[in-house]
Every structure is written in structure tokens, then in C-alpha cells.
Design a protein around this ligand. Structure first.
Ligand code: FES
Length: 196
């Protein structure tokens, strides 16, 4: 008899860890999941090579994650979003150059998960200002371009780094959702829309 019928084994790691199924996670958090084009999310600010891309967008309750006035260029701030997800560590950073999904006057404020999409390596201290990248990951050297929606530059990962959807009101920065799947959730990023 299965005592945990609503859970599935994590298939991205070898240790004995159980992850909530996508259906049960969505049911308990009340989020809406959909498949969208990057161009719909960031009209006019999507780099050419991404315009045809479809990504999974999960909308979460809007939460404040930082203040514009408190951000120094190229100094990442560790945040957590959304709170109810176990693997929710992220970095909020002002890149100093326009970025896909960037907010603020310079469209240069972005936020990304700090869990590598390959096997969950910690990228919290791996931001490199010279290249505006996260990585190389210390596990298997994947590097992600933070100016281009976290796309993989090199290394073993095949999925972009999940990017937080940000809004600005006055000096306050809010997160409203996540593009891409956080590490530990193994459903395909382009899976069918709206499973709640
Ligand atoms: S865990 Fe980051 S490259 Fe493997």
C-alpha cells in the first residue's frame, strides 16, 4: 500500500528524496500554470532568438522581493520566491545592461533561481559581473546568460535558469511568477496549458 499516493519519486537525483507531484503541488498552492511565448510575456524586450520559444509560466501570489534604491549594480541579493516551494532560492540583481525580462529604467533588474537546472547545483555565489552570467556551476560547469532569460551558455544543463517575472511600483520590486520549472519539478517545460 502506498502511504504517499500524491507524490512521485524525484527523477533528477539519485538520493532517496520525494517530491510533490505537479498536480498536487498546483492544487495545494493554487497557482495557474500555462505555456506562453516569451514575446507575450515581455513584448518588445525579447531577444530575437527567443521570439519563437515557448516556456512554462507559473503565476504565484505577488510578493515584494526588494527595492530599486537598495540594489547596487552587479551585487546580487538573495531572495526566496515563492515561499511555499522548497527549492525557492533566487538572486535579484541589477545587471547594468538591458536584459530579457528586465525591469526598471534600464530594463536591467532581473531575478533567477539559484538552483542549476542540471542537478540542482547552488549558483547563489556564482554571479560573474564581467559576463552577466550565473556560473559556471561548481558541479558540472553549466553557465547561464542572465541577459537572455537564463539561457544555457555552456555545460551539461539543457534548460534555461528559471526566471522570476518582476514588476516595479515606485521603489518596490514585486515578483508575480516564474518562467520555467524550478529544479526538482520534472514535467516538461512546454507541457500543455492550465493544470490547476
Ligand atoms: S548541477 Fe549544475 S551543471 Fe550539473
Amino acid at each position: 500500500m502506498n502511504s504517499r499516493p500524491d507524490r512521485t519519486a524525484c527523477q533528477t537525483c539519485t538520493h532517496d528524496q520525494w517530491m510533490p507531484s505537479r498536480r498536487s503541488f498546483l492544487a495545494t498552492t493554487g497557482i495557474a500554470l500555462s505555456t506562453v511565448a516569451l514575446g507575450d510575456l515581455f513584448p518588445g524586450r525579447v531577444l530575437a532568438q527567443d521570439e519563437a520559444s515557448e516556456v512554462t509560466l507559473a503565476n504565484y501570489p505577488r510578493q515584494p522581493v526588494g527595492r530599486v534604491s537598495a540594489l547596487e549594480p552587479d551585487v546580487p541579493v538573495v531572495i526566496a520566491y515563492p515561499e511555499q516551494v522548497a527549492h525557492n532560492a533566487a538572486m535579484l540583481v541589477r545587471l547594468g545592461v538591458p536584459a530579457g525580462g528586465g525591469v526598471g529604467e534600464g530594463q536591467d533588474i532581473v531575478a533567477f533561481s539559484t538552483r542549476c537546472t542540471h542537478m540542482g547545483g547552488d549558483l547563489a555565489n556564482e554571479y560573474h559581473a564581467q559576463y552577466k552570467v550565473a556560473g559556471p556551476c561548481r558541479e558540472h560547469l553549466t553557465t547561464f546568460d542572465l541577459t537572455r532569460h537564463g539561457m544555457v551558455v555552456s555545460g551539461h544543463a539543457t534548460q534555461s535558469l528559471p526566471q522570476l517575472v518582476l514588476q516595479i511600483e515606485g521603489d518596490e520590486i514585486y515578483a508575480t511568477g516564474i518562467i520555467g520549472l524550478l529544479f526538482g519539478h520534472h514535467a516538461a517545460p512546454t507541457s500543455p496549458t492550465t493544470e490547476v
